[in-house]
Design a protein around this ligand. Sequence first.
Ligand SMILES: [Zn+2]
Length: 279
Amino acid sequence: MAGWVEVADEVYQRRYDPHDVSVCVVRGAHGLLVVDTRSSHREADEIIADLAALGPRPVRWVVNTHAHFDHSFGNFHFGPGSAIDVPIYGHERVPEHLDTYERPMLARWIADGAEPIEDWRAVVITPPTELVCERTSLDLGGRVVELRHLGRGHTDNDLLVHVPDAATWLVGDLIEESGPPMYGSGSFPLDWPQTVASLCNLLESGATLVPGHGAPVDAAFAALQQADLQAVADLVTELHAAGVPPERAVEAGGERWPFPAEGLARAVEDGYRHLDPPT
Ligand SMILES: [Zn+2]
């Protein structure tokens, strides 16, 4: 795919296959802040090699937008003891998510011989070293970046990177552009629309949002996706109240779902579970 694209003043995005995952860099006088680390040692090393194109300033900070493997399994080659050896920031619930979902999934992939098997065998799951609850700010030298958790959504550990001087938000998978929002492991379909609504309320005029997958979008795109996420939450709630069993809910919603049916079983499953907490 293409190289670094400057999406705002000294804010860069590079889209990597597989998964069309975004890695972003915010450049300050003191160095580079790198957002997300891809899926493996090998993919992390590719990022590190590609950073040379952004000049001689060193990487000083890394942020994980959330715990999913395609955003965090490269951490080991940025974290303590690595050649880069910098702090990794993430939401305080990332470690628990890694243990609950990503670690067992990696073990399954290795047991099943999933490709690229050598990459999976080499992964050392590395939680963030600096845990963020609601917000924190980082002084990059000449510019300050804010890390913000606005509520549960794609996961319970989504952390946004706000660059106020560039009116730019690196939003991870809270908003997706290259495909529909992904209801994956540990998603909160009923809370997600409110979290994106909170984000929409914070956007500056002319703000740029960079999704974890896909091209940068604007506030109007975010508002439309918020409405679609709300439609999913409302329909899950309605089908649940009508007593439709979860395995029939996707079909029962028919044309009313705003997203393709194949991605919605998980939304129903997680939504129903949150409506019927285990007793
Ligand atoms: Zn994700």
